[in-house]
Design a binder for this molecule. Structure first.
Ligand code: NAD
Length: 374
């Protein structure tokens, strides 16, 4: 079984393999072929892949005879000319946003697997690219916020007087939010956090932060399907807005991460609430690509409103290319190795497997995923 690792398009720094995963695939009996320069954005030289036992070559070289194609983002189907019919393409494919590309993979006879549709089940935790990348994004959001903030994070008692600690508020305590809380705590800030899922209250406290919760209206007790949140009632949203209004005016840094699968991001901070914050405060909106949690967020840009800087964070994991590649590459290895059939020397993906059903989007020239066909 030959595994091709593609070089990503311009703007993407990450790589879908690292020398460690190349070595592990080879140990499974596979041959690994990495497109020249694929690791450059993440500071990995071709020579490191070669030292791990992989071959390197042009796109055409690596695709020729490959039964598995690994990438970070779904490649343009035109760029896959020469790929074998029936080859498995494993990447973040954005099937709802890039439907034309999905159709292109079907036409090319590829079996495309959308890794971001990995189900949230215990067995799939180590294969979950959304979690591995969100964790890094939560960390980087705080680092970027701190770099933009014109004051220090920790309390400092100096001969010239005391520097008071920064107050950091994290809205949305999923994978990114938890890492944002932990990072802000490590930097010495006073941290508070909120979520609609009541289960997060204990997690916030266990990280030494203060939970700020709507108490008089029911939230989502426990968790919705797959641990995700759903849209809240009008009554809840009103109570949440009041709570946020009274809290936010006292905050220096706000990190928002709230997402609802398949919907625009919930609006958590209005322009009027923004105006109550102290000039010089910073908001990092990790939901920017999904429309933003903050009124006025521009994805991929930094804007200033009422003296408050809003960072419309987009794909922060890319700015930690080496770590992001390592975690992403291990997610792909964990997935493929879990289905690897030693005798056949290739992964076998059963049609009735919960993971396979969730992520397989094309097969045998057709679109085969319910989320795309219904
Ligand atoms: P997410 O990225 O979908 O959303 C981020 C957070 O925003 C969530 O905690 C959500 O509850 C919150 N949120 C949504 N609407 C909100 C609102 N109006 N106000 C405030 N907060 C709001 O979430 P995520 O990071 O993917 O994680 C969600 C849960 O799934 C976590 O408990 C996580 O541990 C779990 N999870 C499990 C697995 C697994 O078992 N394989 C994998 C990943 C995540």
């Amino acid at each position: 079984m030959k595994i091709a690792v593609l070089k990503e398009a311009a703007g993407e720094t990450r790589c879908a393999a690292i020398p460690e995963t190349a070595r592990k695939f080879i140990a499974l009996g596979a041959e690994v072929s990495v497109e020249a320069g694929a690791g450059e954005g993440a500071s990995m030289a071709d020579a490191e892949f070669e030292a791990a036992g992989a071959k390197t070559g042009s796109r055409a070289d690596v695709l020729k005879g490959a039964g598995i194609i690994l990438a970070i983002n779904g490649p343009d189907p035109q760029s896959l000319k020469g790929a074998e019919s029936g080859a498995i393409l494993v990447a973040a494919l954005d099937p709802l946003g890039k439907r034309e590309a999905i159709d292109g993979y079907a036409t090319a006879g590829l079996e495309a697997l959308a890794m971001e549709w990995m189900p949230r089940i215990t067995r799939a935790q180590s294969m979950d690219i959304l979690s591995s990348q969100s964790n890094l994004a939560g960390y980087k959001a705080v680092i970027d916020g701190a770099a933009t903030y014109g004051r220090a994070f920790p309390m400092m008692m100096t001969a010239a007087g005391t520097v008071s600690p920064a107050k950091v508020f994290v809205m949305g305590v999923g994978v990114a939010g938890l890492q944002a809380i932990a990072t802000a705590k490590r930097l010495g800030a006073q941290v508070s956090a909120t979520d609609v899922r009541s289960a997060t209250k204990e997690q916030i406290q266990s990280l030494g932060a203060k939970p700020i919760f709507v108490e008089n209206v029911a939230g989502i007790e426990g968790e919705g399907s797959g641990g995700y949140a759903t849209e809240m009632s009008e009554e809840y949203r009103k109570a949440q807005a009041e709570l946020v209004s009274s809290h936010i005016a006292k905050q220096d840094i706000v990190v928002t991460t709230a997402l609802i699968p398949g919907r625009p991001a919930p609006r958590l901070i209005s322009d009027a609430q923004l105006a109550t914050m102290r000039p010089g405060s910073v908001i990092v909106d990790l939901a920017a690509e999904a429309g933003g949690n903050v009124e006025g967020t521009v994805s991929g840009e930094q804007v200033e409103k009422h003296g408050v800087t809003i960072i419309g964070a987009s794909n922060l994991a890319r700015s930690l290319a080496a770590d992001a590649s390592a975690l992403f590459a291990r997610n792909l290895y964990n997935f493929l190795s879990a289905f690897w059939d030693k005798e056949q020397g290739r992964p076998v993906l059963p049609d009735d497997d919960e993971i396979v059903k969730a992520i397989r989007v094309t097969q045998g020239g057709k679109i085969v995923n319910d989320r795309l066909t219904q």
